[in-house]
Design a protein around this ligand. Sequence first.
Ligand SMILES: [Fe+2]
Ligand SMILES: [Fe+2]
Length: 245
Amino acid sequence: MSPTSTLPNVEDLNPQKRLALIQVLGAITYGELKAYNGAMEQSKLVESEQDKKIYRKIAAEELRHHKGFSRRLEALGADIERAMAPYKDSLDSYHSSKVTDPIAGAVAGYLGEGIASDMLNWLKKVSDVETSQFIDTVIEDETEHEQIAIEKLKDLIASTPLGWLKAQIGVQQMLFRMIRASNPSSVKGPRSFGAFLKLGRSNDLVYALTTGMSKRVLSLDLGPRPLKLPKFAGKLPGLAFASPR
Ligand SMILES: [Fe+2]
Ligand SMILES: [Fe+2]
C-alpha cells in the first residue's frame, strides 16, 4: 500500500479540514516565495561563478515549489493572494531583519531549510493525496538544499576565527528573530499559525520542529570548548600574562 493511499482526495475533505489546509498552504506558498527571493539575492552576493550557479538552481527550485503550492491552493478552490495574506507580516518581518555576520546568515540558512523539511514531512501526512504527492518532489529538493547549506556552514565555521562561537550566537539570533517576527500583539501573528495545529497530528508537528532544530544544532558540534588564546613571547606592558600552554 502506497503511503498516500489512505489520504483523502480534495473533494472528500470536510469544510474544516479544507479551510485549515488552505491556511497552511497559504503560509507554505508564501514561504516558498520568500525562499525564492532569498536564493536570488544570495546568487548576486556570492562571488564565484560556481556558487552563483548553485544559488540560481536553488532559486529555480524554490519558484517551482511556490508555483506548485499555488496550483494546489487553486485546486482547493482558494484565492492564492488571500490565502498568503495572513502570513506576510510575520515572514516579511523575519526575512527583512538584517543578518550582517556571514556565519549567522549561514546558520539561519541551514536551520531554515531544516524547518522547511520537517514541516513538509508533517504536511504530506495530513494533506490531500495530490498535495502529498507534490510534497514528495519538494522534499527531494529541500534535502539537497539542506546538504548544500550545512557544507557551506561547516566550511565557514572551520575557516573563521572563533567560528563555532559565531555560529552559537547565530543560532540564538535566529531564534530571537523568529520570536520577534511572530509579533504576539498582532492578529496576523501566532494566531495565523493556529491552522497548523488544526490540520491534524499536531503533536507530530511540534515534536518534529523542536527535535529537528536541536538535532541540527547538535550536529554542528557547537558545545563549549576551551578558548585558544595566542601565545605571547613576553609580558604585555603592565600586565603579567600567563600563556595557556
Ligand atoms: Fe522550497
Ligand atoms: Fe529550500
